[in-house]
Design a protein around this ligand. Sequence first.
Ligand code: NCD
Length: 295
Amino acid sequence: MNLVSILDLNKADILSYLDLAAQFKATPPKELLKNKLITLAFFEPSTRTRLSFEAAALRLGAKVMGFTDAKATSLAKGESLSDTVRVLGSYSDAVIIRHPNEGAARLAAEQVDTPIINAGDGANQHPSQTLLDLFTIRELFGKLEGLSLALVGDLKYGRTIHSLVEAASLFDMRLYFVAADGLTLPHHLTERLKMRGVKFSFHRTVADVMSKTDVLYLTRLQKERLTTAVPEYHSIDLDLLNDAKPHLKIMHPLPRQEELPPEIDATPHAAYFEQAKNGVVVRQAILVKALGVQA
Ligand code: NCD
């Protein structure tokens, strides 16, 4: 089974990933993927996504191989992504792919029957991140329905935002978008939110939404995808948190930059390291389901 886009999943599908991850967190699974070989094809930089997939695979008893730099592969000789994926698919039981082009994982999935897992395709989608984000929110609040989420920062190029927004619309979440001009949510996404009847609004400052929000989801500026200069970027500080609900949780897919200063780490609001830690159990669930193994 592939995991290419959050849009391919319905609510029940999403919950089945979260439930399996919760089961694995409560009771570490046995070597369910013994004798499986998993390829990590990373054409873009990564720390957490790659290493939490690797940790997940190794802890499930699988073997992993792969590359972390496209320059070390035959793509540098001009080989097409389709050819590379066809061959990798024939070597292994699943291929996890991160690529700078939007639609790369979809293209890969069309080439092979081997399960393809999208670890980020350009500014498009990052479904495994969204599953771990939802897992973390459900763990923190005991529910997903009825919460308010403020999404802050680079809403234009942030693929974690794009996947999370799609998923949030399945769970009756209230969305606040805080972004500078030039970094607002792409039009096709706001159109879909309207079609689905999601409540959302646009804001100029974090202070505007602080007192109303349950989850403050920050993102870094995706400098590598920017085509124009950006005049301003939103960051938070301890003073801004004076207005926060006591149970506010701050999340961030990491890596962070100035938007999330380390002074926030010691507050009870900081949830981003637990969020990153949850990456392993959630990716264990993704691998087990991708490979069709009974847990
Ligand atoms: C994100 C990504 O790669 O899109 N990182 C991650 O997977 N945790 C966010 C980012 O790079 O800003």
